[in-house]
Design a protein around this ligand. Sequence first.
Ligand code: ADP
Length: 295
Amino acid sequence: MASDSIAPTVDGAAAPAGVTTTRPVAREQSPTSDVNHQVVFDVADLAVYYGAFRAVRDVNLQIRQREITAFIGPSGCGKSTVLRCFDRMNDLIDGARVEGQLLYHGVDLYDPRIDAVEVRKRVGMVFQKPNPFPKSIYDNIAFGPKLAGMKDNLDDLVEQALRRAALWDEVKDRLKASAMGLSGGQQQRLCIARAVAVQPEVVLMDEPCSALDPIATARIEDPMQEMKEDFTIIIVTHNMQQAARVSDRTAFFTTEVNPESDTRTGLLVEFEHTETIFSNPSDERTENYVTGRFG
Ligand code: ADP
């Protein structure tokens, strides 16, 4: 079981000088071969602005098919901002602007001819706070497929989506009950099922477990390993152990103070196989963060 291999750690908290720190241990895995995992998103020199404020800069990374990529780093370093670039959610924020290159299967995602609604059909999102519709469990899942014209075999589709999110066994006898009666963890798995029901290629997860207890968190993490057989997943997490447990590659972001103003801009420090980030990072800032000397 993946979680058994995790050593205790100081998660993101600053440790006093001289105190021995431990680091999360990535789950045992053979590093995924680049040949079998083609590039879905190719990001080069990406920066995102909110008005005149440059929130994050120097993002260079590749998201590979059927892998889980984790974004980690201290609060405010731009993880969610970068995540929202992949489904053009930043378009919905007044004043948000993206610079640099973000290719989706070689196509510029920010080309004016690209329809953001189409993008969001291929790239689904699960938010920090579970947000089920005030409808039945069944209707929550069936809503998206119906809208997309997928009218055949809806029952099968609903079952398959709920199984993928490891929720089926808990709800199969009360599909017509309101989704609002589910626990927080179940609601979040429902949201995952809802996201995968429309069969996107990519699922973005923005701190999906931050409101959940460890058991509910494990119930989200466990099905992720099966989900990645069919989906490409990017997860933002403030929890380093979670990144170590679930992801194949990890991007570490940090913030730097802008010398000309009192603001902080996020930047990507290092992007590597998860095992490398946690056991042998090449940048001192990554090392300090994963060992808990900096948070
Ligand atoms: P993280 O996810 O790493 O905590 P965010 O992406 O949420 O970081 O934020 C990065 C920076 O962008 C922060 O300085 C934050 O205050 C700013 N920011 C985030 N969202 C907005 C917004 N909608 N408008 C203005 N500034 C924002």
